[in-house]
Design a protein. Structure first.
Length: 470
């Protein structure tokens, strides 16, 4: 080992990279963490001075499956690429990376910058073919090991789930008995609250209707706490629309045992990092579905029927825009535009008015002329915006061709916008503003342009720090 550690390596810092895959390992597997910190003594024995030894331990509790979120690993790669690292210490290859892509990229950089890699087994020079081959095999084994671990754990979970024996936190209204079976919560108050949810949904046909009825009667709904001092206790709180939706869509209330309703997928963010996302899978792709597994609050047929009602109630899908009565958002004015008496008349009117008026002025004009929407309501700004969006009618721009905005004037004269507003407020330049809070439009002729240029040149208040580079 000492033969490969040259003076040129000891003149550069030695990086000791420390990582554990989860915070649970950091708390409970402290021997591994202690062994990694002990690599500092190995670096001292090989000839590095304490001032040249840097410990990178900010990635404790981070998975090595990818580089995302590992700040110290990114620091390590950056410093190695710039030739600022003499040696890289790690307990084993899997501490650095369990991804062949990250591992091979790091090895290639080490080979280019003559950075050696030292672990418990020995010292390696990535620029040497045999050492590089051995390190590559170690990285491949580390990635394969992660796959085998996941496969064994996931296989055991799926096998247990297929028998309906895999335990997980149960929704409110259920609990485990002494034999580990799923049973209805013996608390009659909790039972009554859950049954009331389904009864009111059957009566009102919407989650909002259920919440409204609970609120009208001043009722609360329970939720089961998991972990902490409240572990296992029922906490009563106000009911929300999202909570009702989750209960209606949960097949457990129909006596169905399920596993694999959600799937973790990898996505690439706009920053180029790999992130894990949870994707909800359709019912026919669930890994395990066992009907009549336990006693349900409703039948399976009622569960399917309720899901269809929830799906039909959605108004944010493209294929549901024209279904049902006109509402806010994307469904606004659908009745008027699709089946109204004279939609062309209103659309043509809006198109003509948009050439000289803004949305609020158009709405006032239509209302003053006695026009009403299909539901008999007066027009407002939202309705006008929808008509313009639906029929591709451009918005009216009252700015004249010879007028400039504050930003345009700022860039033209190389001053900050604050200077332009000073000119406006003190009457130095002519500015037009339709309403308070609306943009200013400035008119500057050749004479005024010369005056302002001279003003800037002679002014002692307009400092260089206010000049905006073009």
């Amino acid at each position: 080992m000492t033969l490969k550690v040259q003076d040129q390596h000891k003149q550069k810092p030695a990086y000791i990279y420390i990582r554990q895959s989860s915070m649970g390992q950091v708390r409970h597997h402290q021997e591994s963490t202690e062994r990694q910190y002990a690599l500092k003594h190995k670096a001292l024995e090989l000839g590095w001075t304490p001032s040249l030894i840097r410990i990178l331990d900010r990635d404790l509790g981070k998975s090595g499956a990818h580089a995302s979120g590992r700040k110290d690993f990114k620091t390590l790669v950056a410093d190695v690429s710039m030739g600022e690292v003499g040696a890289l210490f790690c307990l084993e290859a899997s501490r650095l990376a369990r991804s062949n892509l990250d591992w091979q990229r790091l090895l290639e950089l080490c080979a280019l910058t003559e950075t050696i890699v030292i672990d418990e087994d020995g010292c390696y020079d990535p620029s040497n073919f045999n050492d590089g081959l051995l390190l590559g095999l170690k990285g491949t084994i580390a990635q394969a090991e992660l796959h085998f671990i996941r496969a064994r754990l996931q296989g055991g979970k799926i096998n247990k789930a297929k028998k309906g024996e895999l335990r997980f936190p149960l929704p409110v209204g259920y609990c485990y008995d002494d034999q580990g079976q799923i049973v209805i919560d013996p608390d009659q108050e909790i039972q009554g609250a859950v049954r009331m949810i389904f009864d009111l949904f059957h009566k009102t046909g919407s989650t909002y209707g259920v919440v409204q009825e609970f609120s009208r009667q001043g009722l609360l709904f329970p939720k089961r706490a998991y972990g902490g001092v409240w572990n296992g206790k029922a906490i009563w709180d106000r009911l929300s629309d999202a909570r009702v939706g989750n209960i209606i869509k949960n097949p457990s209330y129909a006596g169905v045992y399920t596993y694999g309703k959600q799937k973790s997928i990898k996505v690439i963010t706009p920053d180029g990092e790999v992130k894990s996302r949870t994707k909800t899978m359709p019912m026919d792709e669930w890994l395990v579905t066992i009907k009549n597994h336990h006693e349900g609050y409703i039948t399976y047929d009622d569960f399917v029927k309720n899901k269809k009602i929830l799906e039909k109630n959605r108004t944010n899908k493209e294929d549901s825009i024209l279904s049902g009565p006109a509402r806010e958002g994307m469904a606004l004015l659908q009745g008027l535009l699709v089946c109204g008496g004279c939609p062309e008349k209103i659309v043509d009117k809006v198109r003509k008015l948009s050439q000289t008026s803004q949305d609020d002025q158009i709405a006032n004009t239509l209302n003053n002329e006695g026009h009403l929407s299909a539901t008999g309501k007066s027009f407002n700004i939202s309705m006008i915006k929808w008509i313009r969006y639906k029929h591709h009618i451009p918005v009216y721009n009252p700015k004249r061709a010879d007028e400039l905005t504050v930003r345009e004037v700022s860039e033209k004269f190389g001053v900050s916008p604050h200077v332009v507003y000073y000119w406006i407020n003190n009457g130095v330049v002519k500015a037009r503003q339709q309403k308070k809070g609306r943009p200013h439009w400035l008119t500057i002729d050749c004479q005024k342009q010369k005056e302002l240029s001279q003003w800037i040149q002679n002014s002692s208040r307009i400092t260089k720090t206010e000049i905006v580079k073009k």
